[in-house]
Design a protein around this ligand. Structure first.
Ligand code: ZN
Length: 209
């Protein structure tokens, strides 16, 4: 039988050992504290990332639209691409198809909106985001309004025919019953460069041809 003093000592030692372990944890915490400070910085970055998260998603989907634009250009269409996204789901992605389909309405945005509506079996696309490499024309903005898309994200402006602020602003017209939030300039340089290269090549061909 152990004497009470020894028992008390054992308890203290046990507790001490526990503390030692906790001390290690404490040291761990100190390290974590440093990491915590890092996290605080990262937290600030995290806030940035949250903003960047939305922008990051915009870049990601715009890249899909841009790839469709490149593919359209390779087919001889004006290289414009569009994507329709609902939540984190890509409903449709298309490039211009007017020449291939002999259809003046087959702009990338219209083709993508049609496919997206078919995908969800609904002619309205509330909450959806329309991505377009180039500022949509009046027809495409009309289609976006009919579809009730919530947001339009586009790459470069079209000063000659853009209907989301350049020539017209159908996204925010006080006489229209639906407004579309517009974000511009996502992959702007790439989108514009694609168009410039396409038209430059076409001019070269018409000169040499
Ligand atoms: Zn259009």
């Amino acid at each position: 039988m152990r004497d009470p003093d020894r028992l008390a000592l054992d308890r203290t030692l046990d507790a001490g050992a526990g503390e030692a372990v906790q001390g290690a944890a404490g040291a761990g915490e100190a390290v974590q504290g440093a990491a915590g400070a890092g996290e605080a910085v990262q937290g600030a970055a995290g806030a940035g990332e949250a903003v960047q998260g939305a922008a990051g998603a915009d870049v990601r989907w715009m890249r899909a639209a841009l790839e469709a634009a490149i593919a359209a250009g390779e087919r001889g269409e004006i290289p414009v691409g569009a994507a329709v996204v609902l939540g984190d789901r890509l409903l449709a992605c298309s490039g211009n198809a007017s020449i291939r389909l002999n259809d003046p309405t087959a702009h990338a945005e219209v083709v993508a909106l049609r496919a997206a509506a078919a995908a969800v079996h609904n002619y309205r696309l509330p909450g959806a985001i329309l991505y377009a490499t180039v500022e949509p024309c009046a027809m495409c903005m009309g289609a976006a309004l009919h579809a009730r898309v919530s947001r339009l994200v586009f790459g470069c402006e079209d000063p000659k025919g853009g209907a989301a602020g350049s020539v017209l602003d159908l996204a925010d017209h006080r006489r229209l019953n639906h407004r579309v939030t517009v974000v511009r300039g996502i992959l702007e340089v790439e989108s514009a460069l694609l168009l410039r290269q396409f038209f430059a090549a076409r001019r070269r061909m018409s000169r040499t041809g």
